[in-house]
Design a protein around this ligand. Structure first.
Ligand SMILES: *[C@@H]1O[C@H](CO)[C@@H](O)[C@H](O)[C@H]1NC(C)=O
Ligand SMILES: *[C@@H]1O[C@H](CO)[C@@H](O)[C@H](O)[C@H]1NC(C)=O
Ligand SMILES: *[C@@H]1O[C@H](CO)[C@@H](O)[C@H](O)[C@H]1NC(C)=O
Ligand SMILES: *[C@@H]1O[C@H](CO)[C@@H](O)[C@H](O)[C@H]1NC(C)=O
Ligand SMILES: *[C@@H]1O[C@H](CO)[C@@H](O)[C@H](O)[C@H]1NC(C)=O
Ligand SMILES: *[C@@H]1O[C@H](CO)[C@@H](O)[C@H](O)[C@H]1NC(C)=O
Ligand SMILES: *[C@@H]1O[C@H](CO)[C@@H](O)[C@H](O)[C@H]1NC(C)=O
Ligand SMILES: *[C@@H]1O[C@H](CO)[C@@H](O)[C@H](O)[C@H]1NC(C)=O
Ligand SMILES: *[C@@H]1O[C@H](CO)[C@@H](O)[C@H](O)[C@H]1NC(C)=O
Length: 319
C-alpha cells in the first residue's frame, strides 16, 4: 500500500516537474515581450509622435499595450489587433515566438517584404488578416501547416506566383481572400478539399486554366473569380452540392459553354455575375425560380433569346 502511494506520488511529482520545467524552458511571457519589442523595432511609423512609441514600453506589461490581448491564465499574447494604424515595416522572425497567438490583424497598413517562415510555428493561429499592405513574394506554403486557421485574408498586396497546393490541407479554413494581387497559373484542385470553406475570394489576379472542382463543398456561400483569365465551362451539376451559395462572381474571364440548367437549385442565390465572358446558348428558365435574387449581370456574352420572363427579374437584370 505504502509502496503504491510512493510510486503514485513520484509519478505525480514527475508530471508536475515535467509541466513546470517545460514552462520554465519553453517560451513564456518574457519571450512574448522580446518578440514584440523586436516587432516594434522593425515598425516604421507614419509620424514620430505615433501613439505606439510610448505605449509599447518595456516598463509596462505587453498585455497593456495598444492592440495586444493576453490569455487570462498564463498572460501569453493571444491577439495582435493593429488595423488602420498608419504603421509599416517588415515582420521580423521573432514573431514566430508568440506561440499562443491566434488572432493577427494588421490590415490597412504599409508593411512590406515577405512573410517570415518562422510564422509557420504559430500553430494556434485562427485569424490572419494582412490585407491592404505591400507584402510580396509568393504566398507561403507553410500556411498549409497551420492546423486551426479559419480566415486567411491577404487581399490588396503584391503577392505573385501560384496558390500553394498546401492550402488544401487547412481543413478548418472558412474564408480565403487573395483578391487584388498578381497571382497566376492554375488554381490548384486542392482548394476543393477544404470541407468548411464558405468564402473564396480570388478576383483581380491573373489566374488561368479552368475553375477547380469546388462545387462539391457544401458549405460554400460565396465564389469570386472576377477579372482573371479563367477558361473552360461550368460543371453541369453546378448547383447540386452547394445549396447555400448566395454569391457567384465570375465576370471578366473567358469562360464559355452554356449556363448549367441546375442553376435553379441554388435557391439562396442573391447575386449572379457572369458578364464579359464567352457564354452562349439560352439562359435557363429555372432562374425565374430564384426568389432571393437581387442582381444579375449577364452582359458581354453571346446569349440567345431572352432572359426568361419574370416581372421580378425584369427589373433586376443589368446588362
Ligand atoms: C521565461 O524564460 C526565461 C528563459 O527562457 C527565464 O529566464 C525567465 O525567468 C522566464 N520568465 C518567466 C516570467 O517565467
Ligand atoms: C497604452 O494604451 C492602453 C490602451 O489605450 C492604455 O490602457 C495603457 O495605459 C497605455 N499604456 C501606456 C504606458 O501609455
Ligand atoms: C486605412 O487607415 C487609414 C488610417 O491610417 C484610414 O484613414 C482609412 O480610412 C483606412 N482605410 C480603410 C479601407 O479602412
Ligand atoms: C525568438 O526568435 C528569434 C528569431 O527567430 C530567436 O533568435 C530567439 O532566440 C527566439 N527566442 C526567444 C526566447 O526570444
Ligand atoms: C481586421 O480589422 C478590420 C478593421 O477593423 C476588420 O474590418 C476586419 O474584419 C478584421 N479582420 C478579421 C479577420 O477579423
Ligand atoms: C484594392 O486594390 C484595388 C486595385 O488596386 C483598388 O481599386 C482598391 O481601391 C483597393 N482597395 C483598398 C481598400 O485599398
Ligand atoms: C498535406 O498533408 C499531408 C498529410 O500531412 C501531406 O502528406 C501532404 O504532403 C500535404 N500536402 C501539401 C501540398 O502540402
Ligand atoms: C470534391 O471533389 C473532389 C474531386 O472529386 C474531391 O477530391 C474533394 O475531396 C471533394 N471535396 C469535398 C469537400 O467533398
Ligand atoms: C420552379 O419551381 C417549381 C416548384 O418547385 C418547379 O415545379 C418548377 O419545375 C421549377 N421551374 C424550373 C424551370 O425549374
Amino acid at each position: 500500500m505504502e509502496k503504491t502511494w510512493f510510486l503514485y506520488l513520484t509519478a505525480v511529482s514527475l508530471v508536475q516537474c515535467f509541466l513546470v520545467c517545460l514552462a520554465m524552458n519553453g517560451p513564456n511571457s518574457t519571450t512574448d515581450q522580446s518578440a514584440l519589442l523586436a516587432f516594434k523595432s522593425h515598425i516604421s511609423l507614419d509620424h514620430p509622435y505615433h501613439r505606439l512609441v510610448n505605449n509599447w514600453s518595456s516598463a509596462t506589461s505587453v498585455c497593456d499595450w495598444i492592440g495586444v490581448s493576453c490569455s487570462k491564465r498564463h498572460r501569453r499574447v493571444t491577439a495582435l489587433n493593429l488595423p488602420d494604424m498608419g504603421i509599416g515595416g517588415t515582420i521580423p522572425p521573432h514573431i514566430g515566438n508568440l506561440s499562443f497567438l491566434s488572432y493577427f490583424n494588421i490590415t490597412n497598413n504599409t508593411f512590406h517584404d515577405h512573410l517570415p517562415s518562422e510564422m509557420a510555428r504559430l500553430h494556434r493561429l485562427k485569424f490572419v488578416d494582412f490585407g491592404i499592405n505591400n507584402f510580396g513574394g509568393g504566398v507561403p506554403a507553410w500556411f498549409g501547416n497551420l492546423p486551426e486557421l479559419q480566415y486567411l485574408h491577404l487581399r490588396n498586396n503584391s503577392f505573385t506566383g501560384l496558390v500553394p497546393a498546401s492550402i488544401g490541407n487547412i481543413s478548418t479554413l472558412e474564408s480565403l481572400d487573395l483578391r487584388y494581387n498578381f497571382m497566376e497559373g492554375r488554381v490548384p484542385e486542392e482548394i476543393g478539399y477544404l470541407p468548411k470553406l464558405k468564402k473564396l475570394f480570388m478576383g483581380f489576379n491573373h489566374f488561368s486554366g479552368s475553375i477547380p472542382t469546388i462545387f462539391n463543398i457544401s458549405s460554400l456561400e460565396l465564389i469570386d473569380f472576377s477579372s482573371n483569365m479563367l477558361s473552360g465551362i461550368l460543371p453541369k451539376d453546378l448547383c447540386i452540392f452547394v445549396p447555400k451559395l448566395k454569391f457567384i462572381y465570375l465576370s471578366w474571364n473567358e469562360i464559355d459553354g452554356q449556363i448549367p440548367l441546375t442553376l435553379g437549385e441554388c435557391r439562396e442565390l442573391q447575386i449572379i455575375s457572369l458578364s464579359l465572358n464567352k457564354f452562349s446558348g439560352f439562359v435557363p428558365k429555372a432562374i425565374g425560380n430564384l426568389t432571393l435574387l437581387q442582381r444579375l449581370y449577364f452582359g458581354g456574352n453571346d446569349f440567345k433569346g431572352m432572359i426568361p420572363y419574370s416581372s421580378l427579374l425584369f427589373s433586376l437584370v443589368r446588362i
